[in-house]
Design a protein around this ligand. Structure first.
Ligand SMILES: Nc1ncnc2c1ncn2[C@@H]1O[C@H](COP(=O)(O)OP(=O)(O)OP(=O)(O)O)[C@@H](O)[C@H]1O
Length: 620
């Protein structure tokens, strides 16, 4: 591959600090790898070059791409900031005899389990997955942003956040455990206490390079800069428009201050986009220009205009999926990605692809869908209709459906025992008239439920047993996402459509779960991924689907201050931009008009794109 002048200039950078700002598809990774190779060719020991990237996956990818570009000779190593910090901790252990146990370093010690146990202890009940996820995300965010937990407590989504935070930190201190985020705070402390170790680490590396610099946090950048001193042979490659991990503490604005810290900072630009056809570049560039907090960059197209970007509205989800399949067939597309904002979106598509016998690979293989509490509730309620003597099952959901049953009544049954149906046993209790009527009605409802096939049964639970009202109240009380829960309910019905009974529904779920977990991204083919997961990748054709207002931009439900709201909106724009700029030849933006028979408003990003495409055509 012949590098361009811009690339050659950047890769030729010698000593001292440098920042390379680049547009998507401008070959920054190609340039970074070429620089590494050049340094080695000039006699620099490969072990003296530390190249840091954002995630394990990108470190692996760098290794593979290096091999593809330069087959011969031993490859340098590429690591994440966390694996680099871990090596510093290991050094510290040896030198000072301290001992750290890293959470997640073995199966028994998981952050998830620790958080779940703390929740049980503090809230006196089990948390659901969303609650654990939010709690862990918030703890991590506070640390990465170096925030005061007391201050953050005021805006936290987790109830009693400060109590959780303090308990979690205390537990780790007592047991000498550390988590991933601690490494970023511990390493600077170790360097302070043991200048000899810092000197040794500095002497190990002559050149430090950072790929995906836009996704480093303030704390991470401080470590990298400390290690680069005093030579300051620091080479950072970044595209601020692709910074999408703000929720984990990444802050590209730190890069804007580099020239204040280094008088001799060299700046390079990579402006030629080799990846995408011109129409994709002009639409995505105009889109990201709406953001205020960014370096102005104007990508230059290398390829021709290419086909028009399409923004298509389909009647419903099924039609959206069928559209994707028909376009793949029509244009014989071989290297395709379907991207979405939320992982839950993949469930319906996977069901469709399985029905149509179309092979795919899911990038994020685990799916919470199969363990989500809404799905569990639906199955428990439906299964109970087949076995109405199961008091243990009944006691997990009686308060989630229509009716006036109280905890006392259930406790009375637990004491007395249930011979036959729970409803008959309830009728035997001395109940007030209204409650007795209620029990009779519920008994009839469950007899009816038993006769229904799964899809109808789930609809009956949702509407007639008023389970959807429980979802709404759960969202109001526990801050769970009503949209996600309703989506889970919808996908359960969607999957159930082609099943006749409870057992075939369970079988279907197992098949889909296995398909998602077992699928592996091949060389080429159809890849399913969240927008986040698509970072750094490229495909001939990209479909971004489910572009409705409930999915993207994803902003907090409760009002935040306008500056924060703008910051979050700009991050969502960057995420959409990352998605659009993955496409080489064809880009499709899709949205279903109806979900679960109800009409849903489009995403503002979809409307913007559609208007922009129309006006580019000159059809005002
Ligand atoms: N000088 C060049 N001539 C032709 N093609 C190139 C050149 N440099 C890079 N490419 C190609 O351009 C595409 C994008 O390159 P690369 O993935 O390195 O870009 P990137 O800037 O890291 O992308 P992004 O930040 O959008 O993920 C790749 O297919 C790569 O092979």
């Amino acid at each position: 591959m012949k590098l361009t002048d811009e690339q050659l200039k950047a890769m030729g950078h010698g000593e001292g600090p440098a920042l390379v700002l680049a547009v998507p598809g401008s070959g920054k990774t190609t340039m970074l790898l070429s620089r590494t190779k050049r340094l080695m060719n000039e006699g620099v020991d490969r072990k003296k070059i530390l190249t840091i990237t954002f995630s394990k996956a990108s470190a692996r990818d760098l290794g593979l791409r290096y091999k593809n570009l330069f087959a011969e000779g031993p490859a340098p190593s590429f690591s994440t900031i966390h694996s680099f910090c871990y090596s510093v901790l290991k050094n510290d252990e040896r030198r000072r005899g301290t001992s750290y146990t890293l959470i997640e370093s073995n199966r028994a010690l998981s952050k998830w389990r620790i958080a779940t146990d703390l929740w049980k202890e503090i809230m006196h009940k089990s948390p659901n997955e969303e609650q654990v996820e939010t709690l862990l995300r918030e703890i991590s965010y506070v640390k990465n942003k170096v925030l005061d937990p007391k201050e953050y407590n005021k805006e936290a989504a987790t109830p009693l956040f400060l109590k959780f935070y303090t308990a979690y930190e205390g537990l780790k201190r007592d047991r000498q455990w550390i988590d991933f985020d601690d490494m970023i705070t511990l390493v600077p402390e170790i360097f302070k206490q043991d200048p000899g170790l810092l000197r040794a680490v500095r002497a190990t590396y002559d050149y430090i390079q950072v790929d995906e610099g836009q996704d480093t946090s303030k704390g991470q950048l401080a470590i990298i800069e400390a290690v680069a001193k005093p030579k300051n042979n620091l080479f950072i490659v970044a595209d601020d428009d692709q910074s999408i991990y703000g929720f984990r503490g990444a802050d590209f604005r730190e890069l804007l201050h580099l020239n204040e810290r280094y008088e001799n900072l060299s700046l390079y630009y990579l402006s030629r986009n080799f990846r995408s056809q011109e129409k994709i570049i002009s639409l995505s560039s105009a889109f990201i220009e709406q953001n205020k907090a960014r370096y102005q960059k104007t990508p230059v197209a290398v390829k021709g205009p290419g086909p028009e970007v399409r923004a298509v509205e389909l009647t419903n989800l099924d039609k959206q999926y069928a559209f994707i399949a028909s376009e793949i067939e029509k244009h014989e597309l071989k290297d395709v990605a379907v991207l979405y904002r939320n992982h839950v979106s993949s469930i319906g598509l996977v069901e469709f692809l399985e029905r149509e016998n179309i092979a795919f690979a899911a990038k994020e293989r685990k799916s919470r869908f199969f363990r989500h509490w809404v799905l569990q509730d639906l199955m428990t309620i439906y299964e109970f209709s087949q076995n109405p003597a199961d008091l243990a099952a009944f006691s997990t959901f009686y308060y989630k459906i229509r009716g006036y049953l109280s905890k006392k009544m259930i406790e009375a049954l637990e004491k007395k025992g249930v011979g036959g149906s729970v409803f008959d046993a309830l009728s035997d209790l001395k109940l007030p008239d209204y409650a007795a009527r209620d029990v009779r009605a519920l008994k009839r409802d469950f007899q009816h439920l038993k006769t229904l096939a799964p899809a109808e049964a789930f609809r009956f639970i949702q509407k007639d047993l008023e389970y959807e009202q429980y979802i709404a109240s759960h969202a109001a009380t526990f801050g769970s996402s009503k949209t996600t829960s309703m989506r889970i309910l919808y996908y359960a019905k969607y999957i159930a459509k082609n099943t006749d009974d409870y057992h075939s529904f369970i079988g279907r779920l197992k098949t889909l779960d296995r398909l998602m977990q077992g699928s592996r991204a091949g060389e080429k083919g159809l890849v399913l991924s969240t927008l986040h997961g698509a970072k750094g990748l490229e495909f001939d054709a990209v479909f971004i689907m489910d572009l409705n207002a409930d999915a993207i931009p994803s902003l907090p439900k409760t009002p935040v201050d306008p500056a924060e709201e703008m910051r979050l909106l700009e991050e969502e724009r960057r995420l959409f931009y990352v998605g659009m700029t993955r496409a080489k030849e064809r880009l499709y933006l899709l949205r279903p008009r109806h979900v679960d028979r109800e009409s849903v408003p489009p995403s503002e990003f979809f409307i913007w794109s559609k208007d922009a495409i129309v006006s580019a055509r000159g059809e005002h």
